[in-house]
Design a protein around this ligand. Structure first.
Ligand code: C2E
Ligand code: CA
Ligand code: CA
Length: 523
């Protein structure tokens, strides 16, 4: 009596199991599941045959066996339905976990953008496709300083927003990733000058608006280097290297983007050459110290000179300090350079004294010199030995050098200041310091960067900047040096602004020591 509905339900369960069983077969592709699917189909045939038997045969006699069989068949179909249902559920769950894991292995957990692994995978795929494309590496300028200033939490927030900002400016076809720290990459279809210029203008323009992070209105600057496939490079390794070289050039240029070209490669090679020659040059004392005089506007209390290192070459000429100082900093050789210059200054001060001249010499310190007490200890030794008096040496440090490791620089500068040395803030206006930093640090002098002084006459803004810096410096009890003074007109303006010291080609280029002696005698 109940056999018919039960067997009908059993057939329904088996039919309902077929679709999920097919799905599992397709997903897993395993042979076992195919056999199971075949068996379910066979069972279905069996159930239908039994149904047919129930409908067509006379059931007036003993139906006990049929009832038992019906119950067993119903139970079997229910079992199949449940097993298939729960198997599919588990498989889906496992797949979701696997997909999630794959996603997180290919994405950056902070920004959600593709990570380095995914970027390299995509770059390999693009190279294999052999269609032209461009690769860009974008780097945040002075991110370490921003990190120090904001702290890790807010710097992380900034990185997320920078990623979103770039994403908004590029089309869907561009593949954006964060490959580590403050570096982002873009793989794009833009390959013509016009397409690249449009893309870069959009990105750079979006960084003109400051980011508001933790109530700071932070102006973020980026550098971007690009390389083109296949025009520049035809393999992943070469393209990456070229984009890095272009990025470095963009960083040096300090504005706009740079696309790789062969000249940049030559620059990279010459950097490598300088790097390999530096060590020997130091051991062989191949360097020379030149001096550029400064003119004191108010009174005359001896000669003020800036010591500037020179690296003469056998074939004539010099390698400019701007080229080898950053390399010496990277190679940990800058300390030896500082000590070499200090040594030369002490000798030359003695020679000047012997010639009856009073002098105060400015020395340029590098970021590394501000990280520990080695310079301070060396100076203490020289003072103790009677070779040097604190007022004979002024220590020039750039804002950028201080900001590389602000807390250490603060301690080191305080120690040097306590020893009686004057600290002069070099290239003022080009770095990334805040005005409050000036109050916190023992700064006694400000050197206005030559770019402002040199633009004073052409640009009103340059004029106003110089005037404001002098006003502010004096209010902070700092003296002011204007460097890059090349014309009489600029000198007159600077004097009317009460600038304390003037330095520049108008007075003299940096001179070797014998020429300096001649210059001082005539001054
Ligand atoms: P700086 O400290 O800003 O030095 C001033 C630079 O401006 C010098 O270039 C000088 O020759 C140049 N200059 C001076 N007056 C004028 C002018 O009227 N017009 C123009 N166009 N330029 C002028 P230099 O000697 O090539 O030095 C470049 C940079 O190299 C220096 O910039 C300094 O950052 C670094 N440097 C030089 N000597 C040393 C050193 O002994 N140690 C360290 N750590 N850095 C040094
Ligand atoms: Ca200087
Ligand atoms: Ca300077």
């Amino acid at each position: 009596m109940f056999s018919l509905p039960l067997i009908l339900m059993g057939i329904l369960f088996l039919v309902l199991s077929l679709k999920p069983a097919c799905t599992i077969c397709k997903q897993s592709g395993e042979f076992g599941w195919k056999i199971l699917l075949g068996l379910i189909s066979l069972f279905l045939l069996g159930y239908i045959s039994f149904l047919f038997h129930l409908i067509t045969h006379d059931h007036s006699g003993d139906v006990f066996i049929e009832d038992i069989l019906t119950i067993i068949l119903f139970g079997g179909s229910l079992f199949v339905k449940l097993v298939i249902h729960f198997s599919l559920k588990s498989i889906n769950k496992i797949q979701k976990i696997a997909l999630k894991e794959e996603h997180s292995s290919l994405h950056d957990s902070l920004t959600g953008l593709a990570n380095r692994k995914y970027f390299l995978k995509r770059l390999n795929e693009k190279v294999k496709l052999s269609k032209p494309f461009s690769l860009f590496v974008i780097d945040i300028n002075r991110f370490k300083q921003i990190n120090d200033m904001l702290g890790h939490y807010f710097a992380d927030q900034l990185l997320i927003r920078i990623g979103n900002n770039i994403k908004k400016q590029v089309s869907e076809e561009c593949f954006l990733s964060r490959i580590g720290g403050d570096q982002y990459t873009l793989i794009c279809c833009a390959v013509t000058d016009e397409e690249i210029s449009q893309l870069m203008t959009a990105i750079y323009s979006s960084f003109k608006i400051p980011f508001n992070v933790n109530n700071y209105n932070l102006k973020v600057d980026i550098s971007c280097g690009g390389a083109l496939f296949p025009k520049n490079g035809e393999s992943v390794g070469v393209l990456l290297q070229q984009a890095d070289i272009a990025l470095r050039a963009a960083k040096q240029k300090q504005s706009g983007y740079v696309i790789y070209n062969d000249k940049l490669d030559n620059d990279a090679k010459s950097r490598l050459e300088i790097s390999s020659k530096l060590h020997n040059a130091l051991s062989n004392k191949e360097f020379e110290v030149y001096y550029q005089p400064m003119n004191k506007v108010q009174s005359d209390d001896g000669h003020h000179l800036e010591a500037l290192i020179r690296w003469p070459q056998k074939e004539g000429g010099f390698i400019p300090p701007d080229q080898f100082i950053p390399i010496a900093e990277q190679n940990n050789l800058i300390r030896q350079i500082t000590f070499f210059v200090l040594d030369s200054i002490c000798n030359d001060l003695l020679a000047l004294k012997q010639a009856g001249m009073k002098a105060c010499i400015h020395i340029n310190l590098s970021a590394r010199d501000l990280q520990d007490d080695l310079v301070s200890e060396q100076l203490a030794k020289l003072i103790a030995a009677g070779v040097l008096l604190p007022h004979e040496l002024i220590l020039e440090v750039t804002e950028t050098a201080i900001m590389k490791d602000l807390s250490n620089a603060k301690k080191v500068l305080q120690k040097l200041s306590d020893q009686g040395f004057v600290v002069s803030l070099d290239d003022f206006g080009t770095g990334y310091s805040s005005l409050s930093m000036l109050l916190e640090l023992p700064i006694h002098q400000i050197k206005i960067d030559r770019s402002f002084v040199m633009s004073m006459q052409q640009e009103e803004i340059g004029y106003q900047i110089v005037k404001s810096i002098i006003f502010m410096a004096h209010n902070l009890n700092c003296s002011v040096v204007a460097e890059g003074v090349e014309t009489k007109e600029v000198i007159d303006e600077l004097i009317s602004m009460h600038c304390d010291y003037l330095q520049g080609y108008y007075y003299s280029k940096p001179l070797d020591f014998p020429s300096l002696i001649e210059y001082c005698k005539q001054a």
